[in-house]
Structures are given as C-alpha cells and as structure tokens.
Design a protein around this ligand. Structure first.
Ligand code: DAH
Length: 342
C-alpha cells in the first residue's frame, strides 16, 4: 500500500476510534495505539526512511500534519472528558449541609453507680471517709471479729461461698469495720462501699450485690446520733417529707440492733403496693457497735461507743427508680440502662 493511502486511512481510523470513546481513561488507551512509541503514527514515521527522495518532503509534511491534527483531537477530547469527570465527581461528593447530622449516643451511668455516688456524696458531706476492703476475706473479718464465731447460729443468715476453710467471698461490707478499727483509733467515721456475695438468687436477691457500710466510733456516740443521721440521709435520698423509724432487730455485731424503715415516699404513708399497705419501707440494718467487737479491736468500750449501718445499694436503687426485678440491674441491657441519666 502506498504510504499516502496509509496516512489517510490512519486519519480515518483515528476519527472512528475517537467516536466510541467515553472516558479519559479510554481516550488514553486509544492515544497509545496511535501516538504511543509503537503506535500507528510512530510506525508510519519509521517508514519515512523507505520513501523515495522526491516524495520525502510531501510525505513528511502529510505525516506531520496527521500527527499534529491527531494530537489536537486528543487534546480537545481530553479537556472535555476531564471537565465532565470533574463535574461528576463534584456532584457525587456534594455534602448536603441541611441534612440532619449523625448523632453519637452518649452513655449513661448504671443505676448502682448513680446511687453509690449519691450516697458517697451525702455521707462525705457529713464527714465520712471512704474505705474499700477486699472482696476475698478471711473468715475472721467477715464473721468471727464481728461477734459471729464458727458455731454461731447467725452464720446461717448469710449463705456463704467458701474458697477454703479460712477464705471466703465476703458476705457483708461489715468486714471492713474491723479492718478500719484495727488500724485506726477513734474518732472514726468511715463509709465502706463494695460488692458482697451470697448463695441466694431470686427477684430480689442476687449472688453478687453491693452494700454500703457506715461506721462511727467516738466518745459519747448514742442511738440518737444514728437516728439523726439517718433522718438526714432519708430526706436527701427519698425526699424532704420522708421520716424514719427504728424497729428492734438482731445482728451479732450490734447491740441494740435495729431495722430502719422510711415512710413510704410513694403514698406518703397511707399504704400502697410499694409499701405493701404498711406505709413503711425497710431500707437498712443498723445498731450500736457491740462492746465485744470494740474490745476485739482494742478499743475500750467504756470510753468509746459507736454506731454502724449497712444497706444494699441495689435495694435503694430499686426503690428509688421503681425497678421491680433485681435481675434488670445485672443484665446490662442498654435499653434498660439508658433510661438512667444523672
Ligand atoms: N451486715 C448486715 C447485712 O448484711 C447489715 C448491717 C446491719 C450492717 C447492721 C451494719 C449493722 O453495720 O450495724 O445484713
């Protein structure tokens, strides 16, 4: 074939190839086919050396025009595709600033944490300091030193998880009282929050739950001091109109021992479902520290006296927030937990 014919054909083929191109990427491929190092136009250039001398000028000019024209066509199309693709990108990446934003959920405190924090804040306002004892306790601190020796019937009040004959999971934060009194002499005013364990499991009991213990020892402490402090505590936790009453009870480590009720904050004392018609709700155990417990800790019971109290944190949380099943406090269901905001 004559080279002139080949040049004209190439020109036509360029137009045909460009007609079906739809993106700058495809355009680049086509460009390589014609203008690349081994492309058709470059190959034609190489054929120049075989062209006879008289035609060299004319063919050279034709080839050069073909190259320049082809480059121009590519450049024009390239501009067009680049512009179109940029517009498409802008359109796809547009942010509608009027759309509602994605909300990141904020967490909430567990009801136990809320109550524990509230109690600590109330009692530290009255001068109590926080002491946290160990959850794995010696039998001595959990029972014996609390005037509950091995054969004492009161041990049956708390079904204990023993780890060994000497070690157990503490059944009451009262164990902390002894640890404090062994190390510190009066005046003592401590609060001891923490987890406790008992082999017990139903709608109002769990094998693991939390207690808050309080202990005050000083000269001249009486049951009136306990009652006054409890009145203050009950008003702060359950409301200003709430009253307290003491009922006689028994705990080995206190004498006398009392059970403390608050007047029902739901019905104001008239009687309702919450207080089971009695007008009163039991919230904690308390009493004057037994002389034998003080003696065991080398504190002279003729010089010093004290009161102690212990309450279940879950129980307070259930009363305060109207929760009817203790299991809800241990399941970790976010739908339940997120209802509690400080
Ligand atoms: N430790 C008792 C219990 O778990 C509660 C208690 C009662 C604690 C009387 C006290 C107290 O400090 O004085 O049932």
């Amino acid at each position: 074939m004559e080279i002139e014919q080949d040049i004209r054909l190439t020109d036509k083929d360029v137009d045909e190839a460009l007609m079906v191109v739809t993106s700058s990427k495809q355009l680049q491929d086509v460009k390589m086919k014609f203008l690349g190092k081994t492309g058709r136009i470059s190959e034609l250039m190489k054929c120049m050396r075989d062209v006879i001398a008289e035609k060299k000028r004319e063919v050279g000019q034709m080839l050069n025009e073909l190259r320049v024209r082809t480059e121009d066509k590519f450049n024009v199309l390239n501009e067009k595709f680049k512009k179109k693709e940029l517009e498409e990108r802008y359109a796809s990446e547009t942010i509608d600033v009027t759309m509602p934003g994605k909300k990141s959920e904020s967490g909430s405190f567990h009801p136990n944490t809320l109550v524990r924090g509230e109690l600590i804040s109330i009692f530290s306002g009255m001068g109590f300091e926080v002491f946290e004892g160990p959850e794995i306790e010696n039998d001595y601190y959990n029972f014996t030193a609390l005037n509950t020796p091995a054969d004492h019937p009161a041990r049956d009040m708390q079904d204990t998880f023993y780890l060994s004959p000497e070690l157990l999971l503490r059944t009451q934060t009262s164990a902390g009282q002894i640890r404090v009194m062994e190390n510190k002499k009066p005046p003592i005013k401590i609060l001891s929050p923490g987890k406790v364990y008992r082999s017990d499991d139903d709608a109002t009991h769990s094998p693991m739950f939390s207690q808050m213990e309080g202990l005050v020892v000083d000269k001249g402490i009486t049951l009136c001091d306990l009652k006054g402090m409890l009145d203050e505590f009950a008003k702060k936790v359950f409301g200003d109109d709430v009253k307290t009453r003491l009922r006689p009870s028994y705990f080995p480590f206190t004498e006398p021992s009392v059970e403390v009720d608050v007047s029902c904050f739901e019905c104001g004392g008239k009687g309702c479902r919450l207080c089971k018609g009695t007008g009163w709700i039991e919230v904690l155990g308390a009493g004057m520290v037994n002389r034998r417990v003080l003696e065991g800790c080398d504190i002279d019971p003729d010089k010093y006296s004290g009161f102690a109290f212990g309450m279940g944190i879950e129980r307070i949380a259930m009363l305060k927030y109207g929760i009817n099943n203790m299991k809800l406090l241990f399941e970790g269901d976010v739908r339940f937990l997120k209802q509690f905001k400080d």
